[in-house]
Ligand binder design. Structure first.
Ligand code: IPE
Ligand code: IPE
Ligand code: MG
Length: 259
């Protein structure tokens, strides 16, 4: 098993120019995983954390630069209060419990979303992790928290409108580049690969602007069952894709695989 995985890894690393710089994941299926075992949904979320750890380590092994994990959406507040509370508590605890390993592995933790909407305790835990990993140079682990794609776009529109009104930006200057700089993900390249687990064929309000040319990879595996092997398989599948960005095959040959 390990040998097979190492062989997968070697195949990926043999094509460094085709290793995705940014992988985004919709980690879905924790509740169903738990239900299949007649356990509460929160047990599924706890096991989901184990999958997160495996994927962070495996991403580091491949030299992935950015890993964005959809951790809590703006819509997830509509879940039963007990589940929301458990998810939030798990988030703060996991962040602090694993901080030493993040530091040791040179991982830099950042967040994306309306962080101001989280409770002061949770914000404090995240702020501490961000502060202590600020200068790390390895994988950037981006937690999408209280995140909504439409909310993000509206927040950007509001900021741009305010800047136009204040005379700081001219309407003619508003282009894709400028707009991207007003998103929560300013300074982060668009995802090359978006993975969704649990077989749902939808975006669920995730990175609506940023995924315009992202390769999609949807698998039936439920998130707690996702690990090193599944990540390697997703990256291998990505490496076999042809990204055309609207061009024809002849035009893209010999070009690096990014926009
Ligand atoms: C994903 O698993 C975790 C979060 C959305 C926080 P779910 O909790 O959505 O699991 P399912 O989709 O109900 O199985
Ligand atoms: C998307 O999963 C949000 C996260 C993974 C945090 P959901 O389970 O909330 O999405 P839907 O409701 O199936 O679209
Ligand atoms: Mg779900």
């Amino acid at each position: 098993m390990t040998d097979q995985l190492d062989e997968l890894k070697s195949r990926i690393l043999a094509r460094t120019e085709r290793i995705p710089a940014h992988i985004a994941i919709i980690m879905d299926g924790n509740g169903r995983w738990a239900a299949m075992r007649h356990k509460p949904r929160t047990y599924g979320h706890e096991q989901g954390v184990e999958a997160v750890k495996k994927v962070v380590r495996a991403s580091g092994e491949l030299g992935i630069k950015y890993l964005t994990l959809y951790t809590f959406s703006v819509e997830n507040w509509k879940r039963p209060k007990a589940e929301v509370d458990a998810l939030m508590a798990l988030l703060a605890k996991t962040t602090l419990d694993n901080l030493d390993e993040l530091i040791e592995k040179d991982v830099k933790l950042i967040t994306t979303g309306r962080i101001s909407g989280l409770s002061p305790t949770r914000r404090a835990a995240l702020a501490e992790a961000e502060r202590r990993t600020r200068d790390n140079k390895g994988l950037v682990l981006n937690l999408a928290l209280n995140y909504g794609g439409r909310t993000e776009i509206l927040d950007a529109v509001r900021s741009i409108a305010t800047s136009v009104k204040a005379g700081v930006i001219d309407v003619a200057e508003i282009d894709e580049q400028l707009f991207s700089e007003f998103l929560y993900t300013a300074n982060i390249p668009d995802p090359d690969l978006l993975i969704r687990t649990s077989g749902e064929n939808r975006i669920s309000n995730f990175l609506l602007w940023q995924t315009s040319y992202t390769e999609l990879y949807i698998i039936d595996t439920l998130w707690p069952d996702f690990g090193r092997k599944e990540l390697f398989e997703a990256v291998l599948a990505y490496q076999s894709r042809e990204r055309r960005f609207g061009k024809v095959t002849e035009e893209i040959e010999d070009e690096p695989q990014s926009a």
